[in-house]
Structures are given as C-alpha cells and as structure tokens.
Design a protein around this ligand. Structure first.
Ligand code: FES
Length: 99
C-alpha cells in the first residue's frame, strides 16, 4: 500500500455533527478508497453555516452541504475518477457563478 497523498478532512464539530457528519465520516471510512487517500476526522473547518463540510488536501477542494448519500459519488467520481462533483463544491471558495 502506498503512502497517503491526499487527505479528506471531514468536520466533526457540533454544527456539522447536527447534519449527519458522523454518518458522512463513517461512510467515507468504509468506502473502497484509492490507496493514496486518507480520511481524517477534523475540527471545525470554519464554514459551519454550509455544513456538513469536507476539505480535500493538498488540492484544496471544499465540499459543503454534504449528506451520507453524497459520499459514494465523491469517492467514485472525484477520488477515483479525478473529476470534482461540481454541485457539492463550496460556492464561495470555488467561486461558482451561475449566469
Ligand atoms: S462545525 Fe463544521 S465547519 Fe464548523
């Protein structure tokens, strides 16, 4: 097994916990992850109003308003497939504007 190169920080602070962050963490931890990915429970990521939140480093992808049901798509499409899940990106951090 290779050393983890990417870390997924899953917020476990109070606001995110009130929005199923514990289930989100558990779903990530039991997913079939690529060898280079490590799941890390984290403290507050400073984006409580958008929770539940997760931050992927070093690439700096921020996902918000997550539910446990979003995890499979993030694992398959992003962590395995290399393509961010656009609809779950944090809109201010990723500056998504709709015209
Ligand atoms: S409680 Fe999760 S970002 Fe603050």
């Amino acid at each position: 097994m290779s050393e983890p190169q990417r870390q997924v920080f899953v917020c476990q602070n109070c606001t995110c916990l009130s929005r199923q962050a514990d289930e989100i963490l558990a779903t990530f931890e039991t997913a079939d992850l690529p060898d280079d990915v490590e799941i890390v429970p984290s403290g507050c990521l400073g984006q409580c109003n958008m929770g539940a939140n997760a931050r992927i480093v070093p690439e700096e992808t921020w996902y918000c308003r997550l539910t446990p049901e979003d995890v499979e798509q993030i694992v398959e499409q992003h962590l395995k497939g290399g393509e961010r899940v656009q609809e779950k990106l944090h809109p201010r951090i990723h500056m998504q504007f709709s015209l």
